[in-house]
Design a protein. Structure first.
Length: 77
């Protein structure tokens, strides 16, 4: 699946999670999925815990983060 196709899985709806970017209109914010992955959870563990998600949803969260990180510079220190 291309990056553009993955990014279509990320939706923003003011009625869902206060307008935070979520996966496919579900109540799974991209930030939550990124935090789970950065904490060391494997894709398999996340998918087992959140049955509504598909492997491409996790890739979509990563693609979204990559796109955002290219948009501006953020001071980390």
């Amino acid at each position: 699946m291309s990056t553009e196709e993955l990014l279509k899985r990320v939706t923003v709806d003011p009625q869902v999670c206060h307008g935070k970017p979520c996966i496919r209109g579900l109540r799974y914010p991209v930030t939550m999925l990124l935090e789970l992955m950065s904490s060391g959870m494997t894709h398999e563990e996340i998918l087992a815990d959140y049955g509504d998600l598909a492997p491409d949803d996790l890739l979509a969260a990563l693609a979204y983060a990559a796109r955002l990180s290219d948009a501006r510079r953020i001071a980390l220190a």
